[in-house]
Design a protein around this ligand. Structure first.
Ligand code: GRF
Length: 182
């Protein structure tokens, strides 16, 4: 059985889409959900009865990454899916789980890296943006791409943002599913 962990920091809409995908494929165990802080995504996971872990980032990044390493190793987790996780993992952590960490980013990377990708695109002259799924390396939003899907600029920022999230929710699970069953 493929065992994945999902790392979150916020709302958790991608977490919900991923968890639904995993529940529909008997090759996958229910995900373990980790968060860097208390957040709606972590609360939702607890309510679902999923195993969760609040990483001690308040103590230090080292403590948090050690706790995550222990969990991933003890549970023999095959991969880690970042789903709105707002922390940069250390080079040593990324190296340890090389090619086993995926991330979703709301732009056509390498354009608009960073936490403000939607706003940065909106304030640019570009006509289309999109969603990227990539392998995580030590460089922020910089690893090899696994999939991209375009989303056109729309009339308002709100409708554009909704369109981006709708694509995210359709794209992440099939890409992760194919990657970890290849
Ligand atoms: C998504 O737009 C994702 O691409 C970005 O952070 C957002 C997380 O949203 N990395 P949610 O918490 O999954 O709803």
């Amino acid at each position: 059985m493929v065992k994945l962990a999902i790392a979150v920091s916020g709302r958790g809409s991608n977490l919900k889409a991923l968890a639904a995908g995993m529940a529909s494929d008997c090759r996958f165990a229910p995900p373990i959900v980790v968060a860097d802080k208390p957040c709606p995504a972590l609360e939702w996971a607890e309510k679902q009865g999923l195993r969760t872990l609040l990483l001690p980032y308040r103590q230090s990044k080292e403590a948090a990454e050690s706790a995550l390493t222990r969990l991933l190793d003890n549970e023999q987790i095959d991969g880690l899916l970042l789903a709105g996780f707002m922390r940069l993992l250390s080079p040593a952590f990324v190296e340890r789980y090389k090619e086993r960490i995926l991330n979703i980013h709301p732009s056509l990377l390498p354009k608009f890296k960073g936490a403000q990708a939607l706003k940065d695109f909106w304030e640019s002259d570009e006509k289309e943006s999109g969603v990227s799924i990539h392998l995580v390396t030590a460089e922020l939003d910089g690893g090899p791409l696994l999939a991209q899907e375009k989303v056109s600029r729309s009339n308002s920022f709100e409708t554009f943002e909704e369109a981006i999230h709708a694509v995210e929710h359709q794209l992440y699970w099939p890409v992760a599913q194919a990657y970890f069953t290849r």
